[in-house]
Design a protein around this ligand. Structure first.
Ligand SMILES: *[C@@H]1O[C@H](CO)[C@@H](O)[C@H](O)[C@H]1NC(C)=O
Ligand SMILES: *[C@@H]1O[C@H](CO)[C@@H](O)[C@H](O)[C@H]1NC(C)=O
Ligand SMILES: *[C@@H]1O[C@H](CO)[C@@H](O)[C@H](O)[C@H]1NC(C)=O
Length: 223
């Protein structure tokens, strides 16, 4: 009876961690410290900068695919037009022990209409993002890494506008900072610029578009 009781206690924390939302311990781990990269892999030897990070210290419910999608709708992004995906997936190695993993999801600016607004983005261009989650066994911060870029319209084949990485990052951040809400959830977001993660310039960057090397760290709290 006593040993049964002890075994039950031993199992308890483990079972609890399965059901409780995880609480992050760090903002993120630098992917380059463990074999990863702050550029994703666009499939042509070049990559897009992971220029926005949603901190692992954000509210846990934001750090899941569905939780992030709700947050994204609060800041003007939604799933792609009618589920139609344009272009192939990109992959990233976040140095978390998972190696290269395809983007979890790609979201587009929804022009104020989460249902069909992304169809408009597909036609006229706009901001878009690819999501990668740092959740591998070696560096499990839970942080979300975003490759954000502003695209040309459909006749330009959805290439990136000039300076489109920095513009995309700054437009997303500007929409995110402060208080936002969607689907009955209200978010408070703060931002910090980090300059030591990406190199400024265009070395290795897809479409040969130079960047200022800034990554914006967002911390999102459900209020
Ligand atoms: C990404 O997805 C593509 C298309 O589904 C697949 O061919 C490729 O192997 C995937 N890459 C990774 C790293 O999983
Ligand atoms: C697409 O962009 C190009 C170049 O900016 C412009 O000339 C053209 O009119 C645009 N087409 C549409 C459908 O918006
Ligand atoms: C980050 O840097 C960009 C580009 O200089 C700037 O527009 C933005 O306001 C900065 N954001 C913060 C939070 O400092």
């Amino acid at each position: 009876m006593v040993s049964f009781f002890l075994a039950f206690i031993a199992v308890l924390p483990c079972a609890y961690s399965l059901v409780a939302p995880r609480q992050g311990l760090v903002d993120f781990f630098n992917p380059t410290a463990n074999g990863g990269s702050m550029l994703d892999d666009a499939g042509n030897g070049l990559g897009e900068p992971l220029n926005v990070i949603v901190s692992g210290l954000s509210s846990p419910e934001v750090l899941t695919e569905s939780g992030f999608e709700n947050y994204a709708k609060a800041i003007g992004f939604s799933t792609e037009c009618l589920g139609i995906h344009i272009g192939g997936p990109q992959s990233a190695n976040l140095g978390d022990g998972n190696g290269f993993v395809n983007q979890t999801v790609e979201l587009r600016q929804d022009y104020g209409n989460p249902d069909v607004g992304t169809c408009l983005e597909s036609l006229i261009g706009g901001n878009h993002l690819r999501l990668f989650i740092q959740n591998g066994p070696e560096q499990d911060s839970g942080a979300l890494f975003l490759a954000v870029s502003k695209e040309e319209n459909v006749s330009q084949g959805h290439t990136i506008v000039p300076d489109g990485y920095d513009i995309g990052r700054d437009e997303l951040s500007a929409a995110a900072i402060g208080t936002t809400s969607f689907g009955g959830v209200t978010y408070s977001t703060t931002a910090t610029n980090l300059t030591d993660l990406l190199a400024a310039g265009s070395a290795g960057v897809n479409h040969d578009i130079a960047t200022d090397g800034i990554t914006t760290l967002l911390t999102v709290t459900v209020v």
